[in-house]
Write a protein that binds this ligand. Structure first.
Ligand SMILES: *Cc1c(COP(=O)(O)O)cnc(C)c1O
Length: 368
């Protein structure tokens, strides 16, 4: 049996008629850039989140960069984020002119360890970017409190956590802004690059829209220099077709995770993901830990099962951040887990049969 890490084809087959027709409409109307499909999706996404504004942009990385620039992050500032995440979260801090300050991960939940944040806050600290990694919200109670106490801006990277909740409140709504990626493999994915920013703040929303559009709100009236980062009509129309399905898809991901947990629970050398009782975890990724990770990965590959590692090198240990001179004992948990974490196939259309086969194979590996 061949099982990919993510299967985008089966979802397309289910929605083929609607998606093909949406694409044809956009082309018929040559609504390629901005225009009604983009506006419609922005309105639908804002409504689904219960926020005042959704400003679309080119991708999830741009979304973070645009937020940082629009809150005035720049030279001499420090922004706190987590050691294990996709590089977008940190490279955009540098691009904005500031310094990324990393915090180790939580030993069970894999997000930023909130107990370690305060000692990294100093006079230069301006913001915290929290990441809801793998689809599980970080501890927003503590992070919000710290931001209030130290007057820091809170940004949420929701690229892996569309519609996930902390204490029944959707992530992306706790701070000044939430950033989203609609990269094809994300829980809500376009058919190319796409991203968005949500916020309830009027003047911030205006600055975001301006910065993403060459610093102009009206054509040729450039108030500042900005960037060109926009969602195109084709992606917007596809996202509008997919958006109504997101709750059902997240539910299926959650059910898949519960089945995995049940079938893997008895294996001593596998640590299954722990779900924080305060969250709705949307399982962008299903990540287990084992000291025999590399051998298990090879074994599963031989059985046709694709797996991934998110991520093989925590950011502080990448060559790109060598200049910060971090050592393993600065981030002991992230450093230890990098050789143990393994992402098993996860997508809404994954069948019980496939999960059964994957878990049987893992069982077999540990028996032999
Ligand atoms: C995917 C991802 C991004 C970046 O999104 P792109 O659309 O690929 O630019 C940022 N942060 C996290 C945590 C991600 O997983």
């Amino acid at each position: 049996m061949n099982i990919p890490l993510v299967d985008l084809k089966s979802q397309y087959q289910l929605l083929k008629h609607e998606i093909d027709s949406a694409i044809h409409h956009v082309i018929d109307e040559t609504a390629f850039i901005n225009g009604k499909y983009v506006q419609t999706f922005e309105n639908e996404f804002a409504k689904a989140y219960g926020v005042k504004y959704c400003i679309s942009c080119g991708n999830g990385t741009d979304a973070i960069y645009i937020i940082l620039k629009s809150i005035g992050i720049g030279q001499g500032d420090e922004v706190i984020t987590v050691a294990n995440t996709w590089i977008s979260t940190a490279e955009t801090i540098t691009q904005a002119g500031a310094k990324p300050v990393f915090v180790d991960i939580h030993p069970y939940y894999y997000n930023i360890n909130t107990e370690l944040i305060e000692k990294k806050i100093n006079d230069k600290t301006k913001a915290i970017i929290t990441v809801h990694l793998f689809g599980q919200p970080a501890n927003m109670d503590v992070i919000q409190e710290l931001c209030q106490k130290h007057s820091l801006l809170l940004i949420e990277d929701c690229a892996q956590a569309h519609f996930a909740e902390w204490n029944k409140r959707k992530v992306g709504t706790f701070g000044i802004a939430g950033s989203f990626s609609f990269y094809p493999g994300k829980n809500l994915g376009a058919y190319g690059d796409a991203g968005a920013i949500i916020t309830n703040d009027d003047s911030f929303a205006e600055r975001v829209r301006m910065f993403a559009n060459h610093g102009a709100l009206q054509k040729h009236n450039h108030i500042i220099e900005g960037v060109n980062s926009r969602l195109d009509g084709l992606q917007a129309a596809i996202l509008s077709v997919k958006l109504p399905h997101i709750y059902a898809w997240n539910k299926r991901r959650q059910n898949n995770a519960l089945l995995y947990n049940k079938l893997l629970n008895e294996i001593d050398l596998i640590t299954i993901p722990k779900i924080d009782p305060r969250v709705s975890h949307v399982f962008h990724l299903y990540v287990v830990r084992t000291p025999h990770r590399d051998e298990l990965q090879v074994f599963l590959k031989e059985r046709g099962i694709a797996t991934g590692i998110h991520y093989p090198t925590p950011l502080p240990f990448l060559k790109a951040y060598k200049y910060l001179n971090h050592s393993p004992d600065n981030f002991p948990i992230a450093y230890l887990y990098k050789d143990h974490i393994l992402s098993l196939p996860m997508f809404p259309e994954l069948t019980e049969n496939q999960i059964g086969y994957i878990c049987d194979s893992i069982n077999e590996f540990f028996k032999t």
